[in-house]
Design a binder for this molecule. Structure first.
Ligand code: F6P
Length: 408
């Protein structure tokens, strides 16, 4: 115990942006490994906000921690320490002052593009020793994770938080199915994911057959084809029920405005300049009803996939990526982020399948169009293969309701 390598050094962890079910698991895994190396481990509360003003820092070194519990016990915020439209004055000097006051030697930033983007800038402009750690249910943070399928090599993404959220969306979709069947309705499920369709696609593992994603603008012509196919798929369905998953950020042609538009839940933007989407499913469901004559209803899946327990794929993923952090710490390699280098099933979530990327390469990664069939508004078999590694299909025993008809 006495001769631990980093005795006397302090590593601090923060979580920024939207929560995910895998954040506590990430914190726990990183804390455990850092503590084994001899670091004192601090938690910075409320993301970058916890390094402003007087700071808000807790000691995690020898505290019991529940990594299965969803969300983040360190709390989160969408604080941007750099100058932004909303906050024109840079608060980086406050961050630097607090890193010094609390004696923080290494900072691990768990976040998506925004949080890790700020970490990257602190590393590049101020030389702060940071290590990034991926996180987002949207799965849109570039991780350079290759998916080998049918002789192709697709640049995919795998971010902790996405696997748990994916399972939740698949389960919720499978549940909604009985309501759709009971009323012979079309259900339009709206799924978070901002400008990327990764999470929307996971509804196919719960029985959604059609989907709309932000990557494919729904122009006037596309809408015509879409309504036609919706009707066709509905009428072909033995129980006259159809589940359609739509991304919250779908760009949908608005006849009254004569242009493509998105639906916002609020016009307020956060410190990184993002507005909040919400409500497109209602618009689409009502237009489907009008154009096809079939009853359609909207269901916003909202925060459900972000909440609840960490699922087992995410648990092992966060542990595996944390193993790679040990290597970065030992080599004093900063400005990097551990990632999986290929899409693998649960059993192969091992350190030998990880690599590191430069935080300079961090950015947004939309859904590759290999994963989506634009003319059918369906996710492709390649995407099913991607998902198969991460979660299983939700299968409820089907109930055959084809009863013999009684004539008077
Ligand atoms: O980035 C994660 C995410 O859940 C997005 O899918 C969604 O658009 C956004 O966060 C919602 O943000 P908030 O938590 O601020 O409502």
């Amino acid at each position: 115990m006495g001769n631990k390598l980093f005795k006397g050094k302090t590593l601090a962890i923060l979580t920024g942006g939207g929560d995910t079910p895998a954040l506590n698991s990430s914190i726990e895994s990183i804390r455990n490994r850092a503590a084994l190396l001899g670091y004192k481990v601090y938690g910075i509360r409320m993301g970058w906000k916890g390094l402003l003003g007087e700071g808000d820092v807790v000691d995690l070194t020898n505290i019991p921690y529940d990594g299965w519990y969803g969300g983040t016990a360190l709390l989160s915020s969408r604080t941007n320490p750099f100058a932004s439209k909303k906050n024109p004055e840079s608060r980086v000097p406050q961050v630097l002052k607090n890193l010094d006051r609390y004696g923080i030697d290494v900072l691990v930033s768990i976040g998506g593009d925004d949080t890790n983007g700020a970490a990257k800038r602190l590393f590049e402009t101020e030389g702060i020793p940071v290590i990034g750690f991926p996180k987002t249910i949207d799965n849109d943070l570039r991780t350079r994770t290759w998916h080998h399928v049918e002789g192709k090599k697709i640049e995919a993404v795998l971010c902790p938080g996405f696997p748990s959220a994916a399972k939740a969306i698949a389960e919720m979709t499978a549940n909604i199915k009985t309501t759709a069947e009971s009323h012979q309705r079309i259900m339009v499920l709206e799924v978070m994911g901002r400008d990327a369709g990764w999470l929307t696609g996971t509804a196919i593992f719960g029985g959604a057959t059609m989907a709309l994603i932000p990557e494919v603008p729904m122009t006037q012509e596309k809408k015509e084809l879409f309504f036609e196919l919706v009707k066709e798929n509905y009428l072909r369905h033995p129980k006259k029920a159809l589940l359609i998953a739509v991304s919250e950020g779908v760009r949908w042609y608005d006849e009254t405005k004569g242009k493509l538009d998105v639906v916002y839940a609020s016009s307020e933007v956060d410190e990184f300049g993002h507005p909040r989407f919400g409500g497109i499913s209602g618009v689409i469901a009502s237009e489907i009803s009008k154009r096809t004559g079939i009853e359609a209803r909207a269901q916003i899946t909202g925060y459900y996939p972000r909440s609840g327990m960490c699922r087992r794929y995410d648990k092992r993923l966060t542990q595996t990526l944390s193993d790679k952090i040990v290597e970065l710490l030992l080599n004093k390699e900063y400005g990097k982020m551990p990632v999986m280098n290929k899409i693998v099933p649960f059993q192969e979530l091992e350190e030998y399948n990880t690599s590191v990327i430069d935080m300079g390469d961090i950015g947004n990664q939309p859904l590759p169009l290999d994963y989506y069939n634009i003319d059918a508004f369906k996710f492709s078999s390649l995407y099913e293969d991607f998902l198969k590694n991460i979660l299983s299909r939700v299968h409820y025993v089907d109930f055959d309701t084809d009863f013999p008809l009684v004539l008077p």
